[in-house]
Design a protein around this ligand. Structure first.
Ligand SMILES: Cc1cc2nc3c(=O)[nH]c(=O)nc-3n(C[C@H](O)[C@H](O)[C@H](O)COP(=O)(O)O)c2cc1C
Length: 197
């Protein structure tokens, strides 16, 4: 799949088959992630890849109360929001069953004399987006999420994450088992301004 097709169809995948992801493919998406740009090429990122069933279960259990809450949300009244809600519920209910979860962590190191979080997140998000597009190109699915925010302390303990590392994104990765197709985005004519606003 060429890079434009991959970008056009790299939807946030929130449903996965239980099949394991071969380690060569995991390494390929990690390779793609680490080709991203970062401020002054500081590469202030680290990746925690969780495939071990016991660790996945421990992590997955943390998200069950979220799934329970989401399942009680009122019907949003339209198909798009209904799908999003179903996806969110599935992420929470099945995180521990997904074959691979990648945590993209950031180091707040730029600029060296006055490090600022926006620079750190710029690197984490660029790496995460590369990872998601590469996953799509390899026939995998992935979702850019910040779900760790709800249970960060417990995740840090389970994964033994050093205090100086931030968790930037939580990305489930696997063979897709949900709606595929092009992303829905504004046409460039709505957002691009040539030679001035
Ligand atoms: C910074 C950031 C945080 C996100 N957090 C979540 C999240 O916590 N849960 C989730 O299901 N999707 C999350 N997403 C994915 C977006 O909701 C999704 O990409 C967007 O709705 C468009 O859907 P699509 O990519 O399938 O076209 C996040 C995306 C970004 C960039």
């Amino acid at each position: 799949m060429d890079v434009f097709d991959a970008m056009n169809t790299a939807r946030a995948m929130r449903f996965f088959k239980p099949d394991p992801v071969p380690s060569e493919l995991i390494e390929k998406v990690l390779w793609a992630a680490t080709r991203a740009s970062s401020p002054n090429n500081t590469q202030g990122w680290d990746f925690i890849v969780v495939t071990d069933p016991e660790v996945r279960k421990q992590l997955g259990d943390l998200f069950l109360p979220f799934a329970e809450r989401v399942s009680k949300f009122p019907d949003p009244g339209n198909d798009t929001d209904r799908r999003t809600l179903k996806g969110a519920q599935n992420l929470g209910a099945n995180m521990g069953n997904f074959p691979c979860i990648i945590f993209v962590c950031g180091r707040n190191i730029y600029p060296a004399d006055n490090p600022r979080e926006p620079f750190m997140y710029s690197a984490v998000y660029a790496a995460s987006q590369n990872l998601i597009v590469a996953a799509r190109a390899l026939g995998l699915g992935a979702a850019f999420t910040t779900l760790h925010g709800m249970v960060e302390k417990q995740i840090r303990t389970i994964l033994n994450i050093p205090d100086e590392m931030y968790i930037g994104t939580t990305i489930p990765l696997g063979y897709p088992d949900g709606p595929e197709g092009p992303v829905s985005r504004k046409d460039i004519s709505e957002v691009v301004h040539y030679n001035g606003w």
